[in-house]
Design a protein around this ligand. Structure first.
Ligand SMILES: Cc1cc2nc3c(=O)[nH]c(=O)nc-3n(C[C@H](O)[C@H](O)[C@H](O)COP(=O)(O)OP(=O)(O)OC[C@H]3O[C@@H](n4cnc5c(N)ncnc54)[C@H](O)[C@@H]3O)c2cc1C
Length: 570
């Protein structure tokens, strides 16, 4: 059996920042980072536009309190305000720390870190490295971990979280290059396993974003929080869905409908293209529904031409490349076709501000922590502001690392029945290999993704989701009718994709059930049958538990410290 003081599952920004803090606290701690991709291939590497912090390099009147207010207002008042205060207060320090690690932030003329405008932020506070910010940060973090000699299990797939008697004791994991299972036990385990964009059929997320950590947590009997809040990013490149960063609008690009109008004037007259993502995404869908899509189609235009060639190539080189590579469009000369694409998970594994996982409305699980997109602390509530996700990964990754390093002091390793866990893992694989169904994996995955997109998209209703849940139950039953063609042990990606599909379906059930029960519209959750926010009944967090016969829903209160809920106008 593998043994470590601390095991971190996930080599993205949150996992790597947590790992660095563990090593800074005590370099002698026996730490493992486990990732199904190489850490450098984690989805964080794709983050483009930037990371928010009130450095005041551009707007001297900015403050952490304004950043906190913008974040809470953006969240449609569902964020826990104690968590938001920590996020925004600690932001400048974590940025300077990254700078000292060597992250190559873009600069102002005077040599300080450059900051740009982002949707829903009152001031220009988003720090960036051109439009490759995630790449710049992740590479420095991984280099630092290598300097500490951290043990990294890269391209190992974790299949199971073992929780017994309210204690997280270990993991079952699978080496993709050899096909053998191992059990790992640890005094503390962190899940930093990222999001689940692949639940839907059009997404800006990488193929690896399959919600594994969420599904494993739910299968261990623990709740998932606020899963109904799924962020659509307004500007996915049409028709492929890849992201055109908000940085493009931050630099001044326009959204134009089929009639040539800057239609955001009708939806957010003050902030225009820099309104928060939920509002901008709904505006695009509303324009399309009203027949004002470009050429009567299902997209609008993102127009950068007035920014000029130099600015586009200097500040937004990657976005220019994406449009050119996928569609052959030269954004210096032509507008880009865009429409909303699934982008981010506001919900996740519920944690307190030390990243310790909650086991329900009241208690905590011993030895189990979560950070980054897979967690819900909750700083984004019902709608995340752009450039706050990377910040969450770094602030709460650091807090998780520190807390875990302190937590394991004086503790001993838990006991685990290794033989039984390995037998169960082998049996599960054998069953998948033996089942003789009629479906190919890709067929079932496509049906599932279409189901989620059709029945639980930008606009939702009871009628749609009731039908959607029935359809989803049928599709889940069909998992036993999938036939795998590859029964090999070495690099069997079909097998890992089968596990991922099982995870995606578990996550999809939690999303749709939470959405059905939330009879109001708030942030990214927009009900046509309940079009307004309902604070008296729904100013609360949803907790969804996966059960044999469906998903059980509970609620827990929202933490309000200084900002009383108000109507949200931009
Ligand atoms: C295209 C794009 C651009 C973005 N741009 C920005 C931006 O400019 N600013 C901003 O604030 N946010 C941005 N975001 C959001 C932000 O990038 C993410 O929320 C953040 O990077 C998530 O980091 P993470 O560490 O939580 O997860 P990830 O970086 O997704 O890492 C997850 C890790 O978990 C591992 N893992 C998952 N499942 C398993 C398993 N079963 N076994 C073993 N390992 C596993 C993966 O291999 C990976 O190492 C963007 C998102 C997208 C999609």
């Amino acid at each position: 059996m593998l043994e470590h003081d601390i095991a971190i599952v996930g080599g993205g920004l949150a996992g790597c920042r947590a790992a660095l803090e563990v090593k800074r606290y005590n370099p002698d701690l026996n730490l493992a980072v486990i990732a199904k991709t190489h850490p450098i291939r984690s989805h964080s590497v794709a983050a483009q536009g930037g990371i928010a912090a009130t450095l005041k390099n551009v707007d001297s009147e900015d403050s952490w309190e304004t950043h906190a207010f913008d974040t809470v207002k953006g969240s449609d008042y569902l964020a826990d305000q104690d968590a938001v205060e920590l996020l925004t207060k600690e932001a400048p320090n974590v940025i300077y720390d990254l700078e000292h690690l060597g992250v190559l932030f873009s600069r102002l003329e005077n040599g300080t870190i450059a900051q740009r405008a982002f949707g829903g932020h009152t001031y220009q506070r988003t720090c960036y490295a051109a439009d490759k910010t995630g790449h710049a940060i992740l590479h420095e973090l991984v280099s630092s971990l290598l300097r500490y000699g951290t043990k990294i299990y890269d391209e190992w797939y974790v299949t199971r979280l073992v929780v017994e008697d309210n204690v997280a004791k270990g993991l079952v994991m699978y080496e993709q290059s050899t096909g053998h299972f191992e059990v790992l036990r640890a005094k503390a385990i962190l899940f930093a396993t990222g999001g689940y964009g692949r639940v839907f059929n059009t997404t800006s997320n990488d193929y690896s974003c399959t919600g594994d950590g969420l599904a494993m947590t739910a299968r261990a009997g623990l709740p998932l929080q606020d899963m109904e809040f799924v962020q659509f990013h307004p500007t996915g490149l049409y028709p492929v869905g890849v992201l055109i960063s908000e940085a493009v609008r931050g630099e001044g690009a326009y959204l134009i409908n089929g009639e040539g109008d800057r239609f955001m004037a009708s939806y957010a007259p003050k902030q225009m293209e820099l309104a928060p993502r939920d509002i901008t995404s709904r505006a695009i869908v509303s324009e399309v529904r009203a027949g004002r899509g470009v050429e009567g189609g299902t997209f609008v235009h993102l127009d950068l031409r007035h920014l000029g060639e130099e600015k586009i190539h200097q500040r937004l080189p990657f976005c220019w490349e994406e449009a050119h590579r996928h569609l052959g469009i030269d954004a210096v000369k032509e507008p880009m076709p865009v429409r909303p694409t699934i982008h981010y998970s506001m919900g996740g594994i519920p944690v307190n501000t030390d990243c310790q996982v909650r086991n329900g409305a009241q208690g905590l699980v011993e030895g189990f922590f979560a950070a980054g997109e897979t967690s819900c602390v909750s700083v984004h509530g019902a709608n995340r502001l752009g450039s706050n996700a990377l910040l969450e990964c770094v602030v709460y990754g650091r807090r998780a690392g520190y807390k875990m390093a302190a937590y394991v002091e004086g503790r001993s390793l838990p006991s685990l029945d290794e033989k039984k866990l390995l037998e169960e893992a082998e049996r599960d694989r054998a069953q998948l290999f033996e089942q003789q169904g009629n479906y190919r994996l890709e067929q079932l995955r496509r049906k599932f993704q279409d189901c989620m997109t059709t029945y639980c998209g930008v606009y939702r209703s009871e009628e749609l989701m009731t039908e959607g849940l029935e359809r989803l139950a049928e599709l889940r039953a069909q998992l036993t009718e999938v036939r795998l063609d590859d029964r090999g042990k070495v690099w069997n990606t079909e097998l890992t994709e089968a596990w991922e599909l099982r995870n995606l379906m578990a996550v999809g059930s939690a999303i749709m059930t939470g959405a059905l029960h939330r009879q109001e519209s708030r942030g990214a959750h927009s009900r046509e049958d309940f079009p307004t926010r309902d604070d008296p009944n729904f100013l609360k967090h949803t907790l969804a538990y996966l059960k044999e016969d469906g998903v059980m829903i509970e609620y827990r209160p929202v933490v309000i410290t200084r900002f009383e809920p108000k109507e949200r106008k931009y």
